[in-house]
Design a protein around this ligand. Structure first.
Ligand code: GRF
Length: 200
């Protein structure tokens, strides 16, 4: 059985959706550890309540390399095979990414490469796009730039607020993150150039 490591900083709804699918046997893996850079993250409390191993790793006074080394050491100690960023509000150093080549996933609340970075739902709404969505991608050294594993599209309605659009996108995030995790765990994704293609 492969081991997942979840990194989060906040609400943890993506973690929760993944955990439910793991517990229901829909994802062929265990959650080995849930790690947060924020002690007050709801996701961390939830993980604790659900009985998973949790760690709070504060970042104050540490440079990015030192901090990332700490996280990498933890992930290795927990024998993590696939790292899932689930609302982890930090950029990973190249050294971190090298330790888990093509084995780090991230979820982004827009159709990449549109609206990379923060406040994606707000910027999509303000831009006036008629469709937005979410993207699960393999993490590389850029911000929201790695090969795309799964995407889902949602309509933007005329009367949407940032909140209603974000909620519609979030429901799809919860679905496609687990789908992407399964594809990666089952080694059904091959990388050709920057395309992540389903193996036959
Ligand atoms: C999600 O919108 C995700 O796409 C983005 O951060 C948010 C995390 O939400 N990367 P949650 O903590 O999983 O509820």
């Amino acid at each position: 059985m492969k081991n997942l490591g979840i990194l989060l900083s906040g609400r943890g709804s993506n973690f929760e959706a993944i955990a439910k699918n793991v517990l229901a046997g829909k994802i062929p893996a265990r959650i080995a550890a849930v790690i947060s850079n924020r002690e007050e993250a709801r996701g961390l409390a939830l993980a604790r309540e659900m009985g998973f191993e949790t760690r709070y790793v504060p970042s104050q006074g540490k440079n990015r390399e030192t901090y990332d080394q700490e996280i990498v050491a933890l992930l290795k100690a927990f024998r993590v095979d696939l790292v899932c960023l689930a609302g982890f509000m930090r950029i990973l150093s190249p050294a971190f990414i090298r330790e888990f080549p093509r084995r780090i996933l991230n979820i982004h609340p827009a159709l990449l490469p549109s609206f990379a970075g923060l406040d994606a739902q707000k910027r999509a709404l303000e831009y006036g796009v008629k469709f937005s969505g979410c993207t699960v991608h393999i993490v590389d050294e850029g911000v929201d730039t790695g090969p795309i594993v799964c995407q889902a599209v949602v309509p933007v309605k005329d009367d949407d607020s940032e909140e209603t659009l974000a909620a519609r996108i979030l429901a799809e995030e919860h679905r496609i993150y687990s789908e992407a995790i399964c594809l990666m765990l089952e080694d059904r994704v091959g990388i050709v150039g920057r395309r992540a293609l389903r193996k036959k």
